[in-house]
Design a protein around this ligand. Structure first.
Ligand code: UDP
Ligand code: MG
Length: 139
């Protein structure tokens, strides 16, 4: 299978809990290569834009507040079958439904504060990677 990319964020709850290191270790152990990475805090406007596809969902306002509440780590990851393999590694959106050993099962606090983001398609992975990183920032 050809190598492709996915986009991830370590969300504010996991940064606050000092779980950046353990989460990056799981990502590397699962065979993902880091193509780009930054530590930053999103403004409400940036968080709202990133999650614009969810603007009509009831949790949108809280999601934007939460994602701008503290720093995050954003990264582009590459691997064969990256999007599907990363979704499997992070587990279900609701950590109480996530499989044992998944990042969300291990580190998420709740369905909202669920430790990590992972792209849901190749197309969205490109859009999300381009939202955070210029070509000069990707290796
Ligand atoms: N979310 C939430 N309540 C819900 C569903 C989602 O707060 O009922 C938040 C959660 O942080 C989730 C994000 O909104 O990760 C985006 O939702 P999506 O359905 O895309 O889940 P994901 O792709 O992150 O698993
Ligand atoms: Mg999603």
């Amino acid at each position: 299978m050809t190598t492709n990319i996915t986009f991830t964020m370590v969300k504010p709850d996991a940064v606050e809990a000092n779980n950046i290191g353990p989460i990056l270790a799981k990502i590397n152990q699962a065979g993902f290569k880091i193509e780009a990475m930054k530590y930053m805090r999103l403004s409400k406007e940036q968080a709202g834009q990133f999650y614009i596809i969810h603007k009509d969902r009831p949790f949108y306002g809280e999601l934007v507040e939460y994602m701008s509440s503290g720093p995050i780590v954003a990264a582009v990851l590459s691997k064969s079958n990256a999007v599907a393999d990363y979704r499997k590694l992070i587990g279900a959106t609701d950590p109480s439904k996530a499989e044992e050993g998944t990042i969300r099962k291990l580190f998420a606090k709740s369905i909202a504060a669920n430790a990590v983001h992972g792209s849901d398609s190749d197309e969205n992975a490109q859009i999300e990677a381009d939202f955070f990183f210029s070509k000069l920032e990707r290796f």
